[in-house]
Design a protein around this ligand. Structure first.
Ligand SMILES: Nc1ncnc2c1ncn2[C@@H]1O[C@H](COP(=O)(O)OP(=O)(O)OP(=O)(O)O)[C@@H](O)[C@H]1O
Ligand SMILES: O=C(O)C[C@H](Cc1nc2cc(Cl)cc(Cl)c2[nH]1)c1ccc(Cl)cc1
Length: 302
């Protein structure tokens, strides 16, 4: 039995990487572009200060992100992959796939809005990604254009699993955790689903609501539910108060209306025996070959 390949099993340390520029900042993290000194491969390394995590009581968030990324593994190309984690005295390190081409949000804002063809392509990649999440029993809970990045070949890479939910994880029923769950707001106002606002359980259908919001935003450049304050946005969400611009594509309108439904189980795909067959069969995806989406179309304004 040959000795294990050292490079495969040795716990990495920051000395294994050359840290380059800062490519992003989170509320608890700094993300660096880094190069593996042995292979020159590029990674995004998300660095968190232990003191900051402890002070802000975010250890559960960090532990959750690590656990979900490990569950996702590397068999679906639409998710950022966690290669290694390690720590030193003061910091934690996540070594992740480097998303070279930035955020979907930047692309939407740069173009103003996507063409119908471009929207169909990226909506299809998102559907395939959500099928995989459902298969793995994960709810992202904070899906939004800032958390959908592009890799070097302009395929999507979904990030940010700190607020994700692992279905079937036993929820301790003690009073304390019930209270914590009740008041632990999850998500981002403009994309949060009604069930989370009504403090009902979030399910994979919560991500379908967010998908509806993202498709609307790719086609209009605007979020469907917007307002001057979170409270007013929540009111609009709960009243389904949104509208389509004049001349909006009828088929796209039909699809979005089937996602932006208050009752989670009534959303298109929510009750599919084979997820997400009923979404794949919607007229909006008529030209999509689900077994091979082909190369991404180049971005062009609508
Ligand atoms: N794998 C990656 N490749 C390239 N950029 C990334 C990657 N992961 C995160 N980023 C960028 O780094 C920034 C911080 O991301 P991170 O997920 O650490 O924090 P966040 O979730 O955005 O912030 P918050 O903690 O407030 O929710 C983001 O702007 C994101 O675009
Ligand atoms: O080495 C491992 O994989 C396990 C450790 C566990 C771990 N050590 C921690 C220290 C602190 Cl202060 C906070 C959290 Cl959430 C911590 N989690 C760890 C290290 C790095 C990362 Cl990114 C996550 C977890």
């Amino acid at each position: 039995m040959p000795p294990p390949n050292d490079e495969l099993v040795r716990k990495r340390t920051s000395a294994d990487f050359v840290f380059g520029k800062v490519i992003g900042e989170g509320s608890f993290s700094t993300v660096y572009l880094a190069k593996d000194v042995h292979t020159s491969r590029e990674f995004a390394i998300k660095v968190l200060e232990k003191r900051h995590i402890i002070r802000e009581k975010k250890t559960e968030y960090v532990t959750r992100e690590k656990k979900v990324l490990q569950i996702l593994g590397s068999s679906c190309k639409y998710f950022v992959h966690l290669y290694y984690t390690f720590q030193d005295t003061d910091r934690l390190y996540f070594v992740l796939t480097y998303a070279k081409n930035g955020e979907l949000l930047q692309q939407i804002n740069k173009d103003g809005a996507f063409s119908l063809e471009c929207t169909k392509y990226y909506a299809a990649e998102l559907v395939l990604a959500l099928e995989y999440l459902k298969l793995k029993g994960i709810v992202h809970r904070d899906l939004k254009p800032e958390n959908v990045l592009f890799d070097e070949n302009w395929h999507i890479l979904i990030i940010d699993f700190g607020s994700a939910k692992i279905l079937g994880e036993d929820k301790s029923s003690d009073e304390e955790s019930q209270k914590r769950r009740k008041y632990s707001f999850v998500g981002t106002a403009q994309y949060v689903s009604p069930e989370i606002l009504n403090d009902d359980e979030s399910t994979c259908a919560s991500d379908l609501w967010a998908l509806g919001c993202i498709i609307y935003q790719m086609l209009t450049g605007q979020m469907p539910f917007r307002g001057p304050s979170e409270y007013l946005i929540f009111q609009k969400i709960l009243k389904l108060d949104y509208e389509f611009p004049q001349g909006f594509d009828k088929v796209a309108k039909d699809l979005i209306e089937k996602f932006l439904v208050i009752a989670p189980s009534s959303r298109l795909g929510a009750t599919d025996q084979v997820p997400y067959k009923s979404i794949r069969e919607h007229e909006f995806f008529r030209e999509i070959n689900w077994d091979d989406l082909g190369p991404p179309p180049n971005f062009s304004a609508k």
